[in-house]
Design a protein around this ligand. Structure first.
Ligand code: BGC
Length: 434
């Protein structure tokens, strides 16, 4: 198992791409990304809050107050800008903006207006994600991401938000990682058949709370059915049209969880199928969009029966997951070869408690992005996941993706070394990498 593929031992570049010097164009966007539910706290009206609170639940803990970004966004934005970054990607919480079907909250809209103002005051170009995994509970109760009515409701939300806030930003992501569930299903974490949901007590509990059968609990993140593929594609297309109808100059795209798939001997067929199912067909939907967001963390090595463990001499994070900073280059190149639209790396990062690993990762990953640019691929930005340690969905607060640490008792923020390194890369526009 150790010699089927290049090992990353000691993080020496197994791809031998060292010859090309990274380059970044003037105005390249350097930033971090967050998502509403993972940092804001108290998002009690969305489906994930419900899943966290049913008994038993697959969620390790409740999101609770998260990072209290709902109240602390101004200091967070100031801190990110002080590091040298020039962009910030964040998401709108649909369940706050439309807490009941058709009922919009002026207070929530005003909140996001001030988040956008704070970005501009501190020189951060905002990238706004309209949907990052969480949906209002009322949407799930009426069929969620397997219901034919959802694209229209999402488009109505997109129209409202763009009318209210659109003059304050120019880059919009309709939805985050519509394909993540496909990857999670391959790893055994999501259902491809709605009938299987009855076996998961979280969906059973959520169904009871919402008054629908467990088979009908179709949240965004863990729903890997073909029906949800169709609904998400339709919702993206309808939202693009809705946003453009209000603001034709808005740059609009969707963001994809595209892994760097490698085949172990015997896994060639499985790998080719996953490349098509998880990456290429979603990339093709971006045809005609203003950009596609690429989000990648690692490579996925597949054997005949599924994912294969890292080689014994592999460099891994404290959880034993292989560190593969070269994935971003491979996936950006694949995206460009598949659909010729500009690319923004809307998420890339590393889960580790050892920040020196993240420093090394960021240097290598951003170098890979710069090499893509040097090769003529129009990459326009790099957003590190994540601004701060946050609520990592079913894993709770365990994983550490942040460049800023957050004290869970006091909410005190402390930038890590990686925050300064990313800031330096941003301030020098990558010159420090050459
Ligand atoms: C998601 C984030 C998540 C991150 C790290 C991405 O799939 O967009 O919400 O926290 O990966 O797990």
């Amino acid at each position: 198992m150790t010699d089927f593929i290049a090992s990353n031992a000691g993080l020496t570049d197994p791809l031998g791409t060292g010859a090309i010097t990274p380059e970044f164009p003037e105005g390249f966007l350097w930033g971090t990304a967050t998502a509403s539910h993972q940092v804001e706290g108290g998002n009690v009206g969305n489906d994930v809050w419900l899943y966290e609170h049913v008994t038993p639940t697959m969620y390790k803990e409740s999101s609770g107050d998260a990072c209290d970004h709902w109240n602390r966004y101004r200091e967070d934005i100031e801190l990110l800008a002080s590091l040298g970054l020039n962009s910030y990607r964040f998401s709108l919480e649909w369940s706050r903006i439309e807490p009941a079907e058709g009922e919009f909250s002026a207070v929530a809209i005003e909140h996001y207006r001030d988040v956008l103002r704070a970005c501009h005051e501190h020189g951060l170009t905002p990238i706004v994600t309209y949907h990052h995994f969480t949906s209002p509970q009322w949407l799930i109760a009426r069929g969620g991401w397997e219901d034919e009515g959802t694209p229209e409701l999402f488009a109505r939300f997109a129209t409202k938000v763009t009318e209210e806030l659109g003059e304050l930003f120019d880059i919009a992501c309709t939805m985050n990682e519509p394909n993540l569930a496909i990857l999670l299903a391959e790893l055994g974490l999501a259902e491809t058949d709605p009938a299987d949901r009855v076996k998961n007590p979280t969906w059973v509990g959520a169904g009871e709370a919402l008054g629908i059968p467990a088979e009908k609990v179709a949240g965004f993140q863990l729903t890997a059915t073909e029906k949800s593929f169709e609904i998400k594609v339709a919702a993206h297309k309808d939202a693009v049209a809705a946003i453009k109808a209000v603001k034709p100059s808005m740059k609009v795209g969707w963001t994809l969880a595209n892994s760097d798939f490698h085949a172990a001997p015997g896994g060639e067929g499985r790998t080719a199928a996953m490349v098509e199912k998880n990456n290429l067909r979603y990339l093709r939907v971006a045809e005609g969009d203003d950009f596609v967001g690429i989000q990648v963390y690692n490579r996925t090595v597949l054997g005949a029966d599924g994912p294969v463990k890292p080689a014994e001499d592999a460099t891994v994070n404290p959880q034993g997951e292989e560190i593969w900073p070269w994935a971003v280059g491979a996936v950006v190149r694949q995206a460009w070869d598949t659909v010729k639209v500009p690319i923004i790396v809307t998420e890339n990062g590393l889960n580790t408690e050892d920040d020196s690993q993240r420093v090394e990762f960021l240097r290598r990953a951003t170098t890979e992005v710069g090499r893509c640019v040097a090769d003529g691929i129009p990459v326009q930005g790099y957003m590190c996941w994540s601004a701060m340690d946050n609520f990592e969905w079913i894993f709770g607060y365990g994983p550490k993706f942040g460049i800023i640490a957050v004290d869970r008792e006091t909410q005190e923020r402390t930038p890590k070394e990686s925050a300064h390194v990313l800031g330096e890369i941003a301030r020098t526009n990558g010159a420090v990498l050459r």
